[in-house]
Design a protein around this ligand. Structure first.
Ligand code: EPZ
Length: 417
């Protein structure tokens, strides 16, 4: 079991390059199932979840090659299976994204129903309802979803919740369905837009991605192509908070400022200096930050994936902050760990009230989920003394070489076996 050790107190100073977005790379790689032509995907981050996705595709007969510089080549011309096994889905619930493409390309799919996860039950009922409305017959057998469809037909689909991967799953099924599909209350996340533009460059006819109504005219075949994954807005936000919490001066480059606008506004409100430009954001600390209130929401609202990281900053800000988590029912796992460092946080249902303290004190901590792990790293940077974080495999799912990037900015951080 690896651990990460952080000696607190160092400012973060310098320039950090933002990697490709995990949550854009996964669906774009999976979309290669939709065609028998080769797809080249650039700016793919080297993360555990990307490894799992490539392993999943290889397991059903897709030729997948990866290069050191972040390119993935995928060729599904000889796809020979339609099953995503339990042990793969167990390690990465985003494996359910193969449902739509397998149904569209081969007319059948067998995917393990994902279990719950640390942050919530995370059902996929909306994915299944959407695919059924496109004509799929879906049954549950021994923990597996078994889906079949002679030919998918376009339909009008309304999502009660703007589900990100649900929108992606249905969109990938609809691009090869007969006729028109309209998705209402679609997710508007940049990762959905990235997927839609990749599908359109493969010959799909998708309009409205990025708004809550997406229209798709089915086509008979898709071609291959070369695509690029957008930068990771959550990695960007994590380093932005790192600069503010250590009173440092950090430039995030190769990022897209408007994708993390809600955090920029909150950090400015808290008193940090945030400047943005074409492909870069610069954050400078400005003494102790002020407390701000935040309510997470689907894009373009404040991202739930940044909630834990901002809470860490609030634990040592001046005043009282109220943070409300509206997306997942159990996304305060980091609170207990932060309390052990001296944070003053009260949780009432899906709301946390944080009274800022002047200092956190280092402690042995345990990571519970991907973004909570990032919040503990940030706490360790700001705390007095040496923080030791265990179960860092959570971190490796979503952050490419985070301790190398932090050390390059001056942090005293190392990983031990
Ligand atoms: C995506 O998860 C991201 N993962 C998550 O990032 C992110 O936190 C989440 O969107 C919200 O932004 C990927 O893109 C791979 P949802 P997803 O479906 O698609 C409920 C990270 O840290 N819901 O938008 O699974 C669900 O329970 C990860 O990188 C249903 O009830 O999230 C949740 O409460 C964590 N039924 C809400 O909707 C469904 O069929 C939003 O979930 C689907 C979702």
């Amino acid at each position: 079991m690896e651990k990460i050790i952080i000696e607190g107190g160092a400012r973060l100073d310098g320039i950090v390059r933002i990697s490709g977005a995990k949550n854009a790379a996964l669906p774009v790689i999976v979309a290669s199932i939709l065609t028998d032509k080769e797809n080249k995907i650039n700016n793919v981050p080297s993360l555990k979840d990307v490894d799992t996705t490539c392993q999943l595709l290889k397991g059903i007969g897709v030729r997948v090659e990866r290069s050191e510089d972040g390119q993935v080549i995928a060729d599904a011309s000889h796809i020979n299976d339609t099953e995503a096994s339990y042990d793969l889905v167990r390690t990465m619930r985003a494996s359910v994204l193969v449902l739509g493409p397998l149904l569209a390309r081969l007319g059948k799919a067998k995917v393990s129903l994902p279990g719950g996860c640390a942050i919530g039950a995370r059902p996929i009922n909306l994915h299944l309802k959407g695919l059924e409305m496109l004509g799929a017959k879906i049954t549950l057998e021994h923990g597996y979803i078994v889906a079949e469809a002679k030919k998918l037909k376009g339909n009008r689909i309304y999502f009660d919740i703007a589900t990100v991967t649900g929108t992606e799953n249905v969109m990938m099924a609809a691009v090869l369905a007969e006729g028109k599909t309209i998705i209402e209350n679609a997710a508007r996340e940049p990762e959905v837009v990235n997927l839609a533009s990749v599908l359109n460059s493969m010959g799909a006819l998708i309009r409205g991605a990025g708004t809550d109504i997406i229209e798709i005219d089915g086509v008979t075949k898709l071609k291959g192509g070369e695509h690029t994954v957008i930068p990771d807005r959550i990695e960007t936000g994590t380093f932005m908070v790192g600069a503010a919490i250590t009173g440092g001066d950090v430039e995030m480059k190769d990022c897209i400022p408007e994708h993390i606008e809600p955090l920029t506004m909150k950090l400015r409100e808290a008193g940090a200096y945030v400047d943005t430009g074409e492909g870069w954001i610069r954050v400078r600390g400005n003494g102790r930050t002020e407390s701000v209130d935040v309510k997470t929401a689907p894009y373009p609202g404040f991202p739930t994936d940044m909630q834990a990281q901002l809470m860490t900053l609030m634990t040592i800000s001046e005043g009282t902050s109220v943070i409300t988590e509206t997306i997942f029912e159990n996304r305060f796992m980091h609170v207990a760990e932060l309390r052990r460092m001296g944070a003053d946080i009260k949780v009432e249902g899906n709301t946390a009230v944080i009274n800022g303290v002047t200092k956190l004190s280092a402690a042995p901590l345990m990571a519970t989920d991907l973004r909570a792990s990032a919040s503990l790293i940030l706490a360790g940077l700001a705390a007095e003394g040496e923080t030791v974080i265990s179960r860092v495999y959570h971190l490796d799912r979503g952050y490419e070489a985070i301790e190398k990037k932090l050390s390059a900015l001056g942090a005293k951080v190392r990983r031990i076996k």
